[in-house]
Design a protein around this ligand. Sequence first.
Ligand code: 5RP
Length: 223
Amino acid sequence: MAILSAQDQKKRAVAEAALAHLPKGGILGVGTGSTVNFLIDLLPSLQLEAAVASSKATEDRLKAIGIEVIDLNHVGSLDAYVDGADEIDRHLHMVKGGGAALTREKIVASVAREFICIVDESKWVTQLGRAFPIPVEVIPMARSSVARKIVALGGDPAYREGVVTDNGNVILDVFNLNILNPIEMETLINNIPGVVTNGIFAQRGANLALIASDQGVRTVKPE
Ligand SMILES: O=C(CO)[C@H](O)[C@H](O)COP(=O)(O)O
C-alpha cells in the first residue's frame, strides 16, 4: 500500500468523513481535484444511481470505478454537490479553479441544494485571494483585454501557460487582489467581456465545510 504524505492523509480523512453527509442512492454532483479523488474511490459505498461530473478528469475517474455519469442537461436538480477548494473562509466563500475546472464546477454547484466542501486545514483563510490567486477562465481572443481590465481592478494577472480548459478556454491567475467583499469582486470580474467565470465562489458558497487537521475532521457552517 502506498505511503501517504501528512496532507494526503488529511485529504483521505476528510473524504471518509464526507460519506456520512452525502445522500445514499440518487444523483450526486462531483467536483474535481486531489481531495475529491480520494472521495471518488469511496463512492461505491453510497450506491449512487449516477453522478454529474464537473470535469473530464472526474468523469473518467467515476466511469473507471463503474459509476454512471450523466449529462447535466438530463438532470433538474441535485441533492448535493461535493468538491474541494483552494481557499475557504468563515462565510464558506471559496476560491476554486486550481485544477482549471471552475466553470463546470460553478455550473454543477448552481443546481445543487447542498454544497459540501471538503478540505484540509491549509485551505482555511481569513481573506480570500491572499494565499492563492483567483483563477479566471477567459475566451482565448480576450486574454489581453481581460488582463488589462483586471489590472484596473488592482490585480496582477498571470497567464497559466499551456492550460486549456475542458471548454477550450484559457486561465488567467490573478494575484494581489484586495478582496474585502467577495460577492462584489466575483460580480466585477464576471462582468468583464470575455470572462467565462472566475474562481470566487461567494454568490453560491458552501452550505457545509468539512475541514481535516491533525486533531480530526471538524464541520463548519457558514457565519
Ligand atoms: O477547484 C478545484 C479544481 O478546479 C479544486 O477543487 C481545488 O483546486 C482543490 O483541489 P485539491 O483538492 O487538489 O487541493
